[in-house]
Design a protein around this ligand. Structure first.
Ligand SMILES: *[C@@H]1O[C@H](CO)[C@@H](O)[C@H](O)[C@H]1NC(C)=O
Ligand SMILES: *[C@@H]1O[C@H](CO)[C@@H](O)[C@H](O)[C@H]1NC(C)=O
Ligand SMILES: *[C@@H]1O[C@H](CO)[C@@H](O)[C@H](O)[C@H]1NC(C)=O
Ligand SMILES: *[C@@H]1O[C@H](CO)[C@@H](O)[C@H](O)[C@H]1NC(C)=O
Length: 244
């Protein structure tokens, strides 16, 4: 009886709740610690965490409430707390909040971005990996559920192929990230701005192809939608892996 009662209560809760929450699992396969960050889109409230530490080999779980529509996530690298000022900062993906939590601040490029729109048009989730703001570390997004939806990733280490004019280097000269041509060279043909502000007028460039060759499933520039947007019926959970 007790079992049956609680079962019916659970069913009632399920139906009255309507929309489902989504779980995003994070796994860090990198040989170094990353500090994942989240940013909710459209000025909506932030998730329960906007930044946390994820040591090498560790996993973490983030519950996304049903009314959360869209946002982005990324991994920060080389983070430290300055012992004099007490301020937290990262070599790549820093959000300049001075804390582990980003509190609504976005990533300073270059950063590999994971973008989600959950329960969008047609009851579909949309997800992608974007190098439009450059690259800092390899990532993948794997839907977990019964729909057999496709994973997407930028699994290559683009830093190893980054030309000097795009490279973001550390104090020792090593390449920590690879900037987009738009960011590094700030010309309209790379930014799809000015006279290049439509998909027809802004074809891929040698620089965007350099990213696309390494990471064919990721956005390499602003109008790269055709091969870079992934969908899955709403209801799946997702696994985000750093260094897949
Ligand atoms: C998707 O959103 C619609 C409209 O807000 C809602 O009625 C529905 O329950 C949602 N579906 C899921 C699976 O969350
Ligand atoms: C979503 O729901 C939570 C909890 O009920 C609430 O705090 C938050 O403001 C809501 N967000 C939006 C965008 O409505
Ligand atoms: C800590 O911050 C101070 C003041 O900005 C700066 O001079 C110092 O170089 C920083 N220390 C490290 C280890 O970055
Ligand atoms: C997964 O990718 C394959 C190959 O690109 C495609 O044919 C298939 O339609 C995709 N599946 C879904 C669910 O999008």
């Amino acid at each position: 009886m007790a079992f049956r009662g609680s079962f019916l209560l659970s069913l009632a809760a399920l139906f009255t709740a309507g929309a489902q929450s989504t779980t995003i699992f994070f796994t860090n396969n990198c040989p170094y610690t990353t500090w994942p960050a989240t940013l909710t889109g459209g000025g909506a409230p932030q998730l329960s965490t906007t930044g946390f530490e994820l040591p090498s080999g560790q996993s973490s779980t983030l519950e996304v409430p049903p009314n959360w529509t869209s946002g982005r996530m990324w991994g920060r690298t080389g983070c430290t707390t300055n012992s004099t000022t007490g301020k937290f900062s990262c070599i790549t993906g820093d959000c300049a909040s001075s804390q582990i939590e980003c509190n609504g601040a976005g990533a300073i490029p270059p950063a590999t971005l994971i973008e989600f729109t959950l329960n969008g048009s047609g009851g579909l989730d949309f997800y992608d990996v974007s190098l439009v703001d450059g690259f800092n570390l390899p990532v993948s997004v794997q839907p977990l559920g019964s729909h057999s939806c496709n994973a997407t990733s930028c699994a290559a280490n683009v830093n190893e192929a980054c030309p000097p004019e795009l490279a973001a280097t550390g104090t020792d000269g090593s390449v920590m990230g690879c900037r987009s041509a738009c960011l590094a060279l700030n010309q309209p043909q790379y930014c799809c701005s000015g006279d290049f502000n439509t998909p027809e007028k802004c074809p891929p460039t040698g620089y965007s192809k350099l990213f696309k060759d390494r990471c064919p499933q990721a956005y390499s520039y602003a109008y790269d939608d055709g091969t870079s947007t992934f969908t899955c019926p709403t209801g799946d959970n997702y696994l985000v892996t750093f260094c897949p």
